[in-house]
Design a protein. Structure first.
Length: 133
């Protein structure tokens, strides 16, 4: 079996650079689907992590642990499970808006250097443009 190779930021940028080109449909689709997959995966894993944390707290929790869980619960209700990832997509955010931010951020050479993997670039963009209150 082969290990899954991480997508480089340069490769993602090579597709997302063509996002506004109506002739580059395959590149646009690749760009959008990668970003959508990142978000879907993050939400799914954050939800599972949160459920596991709640199970741990429910075993035997002190008053302070229960108070912390109650406060965390309200943040979850407001922002969803991505709150654990330091970005909040609480209300449904149009995918197009997120893609536009990633495409814009992918034009900054410093961001590309700082985030050599595509997942790091998308994550940094989400944290910068959708911070939790």
């Amino acid at each position: 079996a082969f290990a899954v190779e991480a997508l480089s930021t340069e490769e993602l940028v090579s597709h997302c650079d063509k996002y506004h080109d109506p002739q580059a449909e395959k590149d646009r689709i690749f760009c959008v689907r990668y970003i959508q997959g990142f978000i879907d995966g993050a939400v799914a894993t954050d939800e599972r992590v949160a459920q596991n944390i709640v199970k741990e707290y429910e075993k035997e929790e002190s008053f302070s642990e229960r108070a912390a869980r109650t406060r965390i619960g309200s943040r979850l209700d407001r922002y969803g499970y991505t709150v654990y990832a330091d970005y909040c997509l609480g209300d449904p955010v149009p995918l197009r808006e997120v893609v536009e931010f990633v495409v814009e951020d992918a034009q900054d050479p410093q961001r590309i250097i700082a985030n050599p993997l595509a997942r790091e670039l998308v994550y940094a963009t989400l944290r910068d443009h959708y911070p939790c209150q």
